[in-house]
Design a protein around this ligand. Structure first.
Ligand code: NAD
Length: 461
């Protein structure tokens, strides 16, 4: 399919999905959240008795459809939210399709001996509530649904209102995939107009026992205060620490690649650098001379602070996920397409360093030595326990950093996105439960453990 054809499809879909217009043709989309949850409950009764093989057939069809629609999703996401870039969003969707675990993640533990056989079975919760962000809207919905459905659940989503069209497109595709592969409709549901009220319906509904919240601190706190079991995938501010034992040229390349991926939207992406003094200048030179970083003067930094943050220090949403070229354009600096990141040196308290911006702005904090670098990086992570990165060849130092920063993700000597299985080993997820400790979520995260005991029988050893 050509780019023009994709754009035409995106335009058509977006036009059809104006909020308030008729979305009756769309599977899984309702006007009332209570009705949506009731439909998901009906669907879950079917899903829970489907064999793992049947579920896997549905998941295979979901994977294929995500790949077929990766470019459409990418264009819709960028067009609706104004955030990120199409090329990287295509890669993110392919990653979801290929590396999100399915039913193979649901494993039984068994003890067999003289007194019989005991199993731990991983069973479904039922209907799961899920709240999803603007930054990876369809990626999160698709990834969450594969894992939740593999575990025998269905899911009611309250997507971010600013990404509702892209989210509805994803939910419709999931249900079409299920129907085509012999599964039920409404394995994933939502409402046309998600609000805080519809979110509250999910949080207080008697049929929702588990809620997965992916977003900033507000939503995670709200879910954890709801009285329901919550999986809290919250904010980060990942520092990338570089010491003098690292391959400095490669560190510059990896860090800028990770930071600029989808214009810095992923919560795991490098948000600032802490570099030991002896290699700090060299690192910045590689960043500027070889990696397309624009070295911002004090005046440009001040203008950026006024532009990307409000007077109260909140994020200006119009700047989140924008490219370095666009951000510089907003403060009157014209650059060409070779510029992909903005850098400068500053103290850790600098607003463009301390805040989780989700923009390709990479401030560099100079540290006296490794111990000082660890201390500053831990401060910058703000206790989120989310993600951190290090470039060092000294295993003892890597261990020291890992223990001090205590994050769900720690990438060593590579770009941050390798933690999602992109250019690194391991599976993919877009819900990293930093606050509540499950870490990278997958199908098994969305299960209840059940002990099943047979006494004095079925041990045939
Ligand atoms: P956001 O917090 O503004 O919104 C996330 C979702 O929560 C949206 O659906 C929003 O409508 C809802 N929401 C916000 N406040 C709420 C409240 N008080 N009650 C109920 N619902 C509420 O975040 P965003 O800008 O869409 O996404 C970016 C943030 O999410 C960043 O902080 C990023 O680090 C984080 N994030 C974390 C992960 C992770 O896996 N840990 C993944 C993606 C994004």
């Amino acid at each position: 399919m050509t780019a023009a054809q994709i754009s035409a499809i995106v335009g058509e879909v977006m036009a059809k999905m104006q909020i308030g217009s008729d979305v009756s043709g769309m599977h899984g989309v309702f006007t009332d959240m209570n009705e949506a949850i009731a439909k998901a409950k009906e669907a879950q009764k079917v899903v829970r008795v489907m064999s793992l093989d049947q579920r896997e057939k549905v998941i295979a069809n979901i994977r294929q459809k995500i790949k077929d629609n990766a470019e459409t999703f990418a264009r819709m996401g960028v067009s609706e939210t104004g955030m990120g870039n199409v090329g990287d969003k295509i890669l993110k969707h392919i990653l979801v399709a290929e590396k999100t675990p399915g039913t193979e993640d649901i494993k039984t533990t068994a003890w067999s001996g003289d007194r019989g056989l005991t199993l731990i079975e991983m069973g479904p919760f039922g209907v799961i509530g899920a709240i999803t962000p603007t930054t990876n809207p369809s990626e999160t919905i698709l990834c969450n649904t594969i894992g939740m459905f593999a575990a025998g659940n269905t899911v009611a989503f309250n997507p971010h209102p600013q990404a509702i069209k892209t989210s509805i497109y994803a939910i419709n595709l999931l249900n079409e995939a299920s129907l085509e592969a012999g599964g039920p409709d409404n394995i994933a549901v939502t409402v046309e107009k998600p609000t805080l009220d519809t979110s509250n319906v999910i949080m207080s509904h008697k049929d929702i026992q588990l809620i997965a919240a992916t977003g900033g601190p507000g939503v995670v706190t709200a879910v954890l205060s709801s009285g329901r079991r919550g999986i809290g995938a919250g904010a980060g501010n990942p520092p990338a620490l570089v010491d003098e034992t690292a391959d400095i040229r490669k560190a510059a390349e990896d860090i800028v690649n990770g930071c600029t991926f989808d214009n810095n939207l992923p919560c795991i992406a490098e948000k600032e650098i802490v570099a030991v003094d002896s290699i700090c200048d060299e690192l910045m030179r590689y960043m500027v001379e070889e990696q397309g970083c624009y070295l911002a003067s004090k005046e440009v930094q001040d203008a950026l602070i006024k532009t990307v943050l409000t007077e109260k220090g909140a994020l200006n949403r119009k700047c989140v996920g924008r490219s370095a070229k666009v951000l510089l354009g907003m403060v009157g600096v014209e650059v060409d397409d070779s510029i992909r990141c903005i850098t400068f040196e500053g103290p850790k308290e600098h607003p463009l360093i301390a805040e989780e911006l989700m923009m390709p702005i990479l401030g560099v904090v100079r540290a006296k030595n490794f111990d000082d670098a660890v201390e500053q990086a831990v401060w910058l992570e703000h206790g989120n326990r989310h993600s951190a990165h290090i470039h060092s060849k000294n295993v003892d130092r890597i261990t020291q950093y890992a223990r001090a920063i205590d994050t769900a993700i720690l990438v060593k000597n590579g770009p941050s996105y390798s933690a999602l299985g992109f250019g690194g080993e391991g599976f993919c997820t877009f819900t990293i439960a930093s606050r509540t400790g499950e870490g990278l979520t997958s199908a098994s995260t969305f299960t209840k453990r059940r002990r099943c005991v047979m006494v004095d029988s079925l041990c045939i050893r």
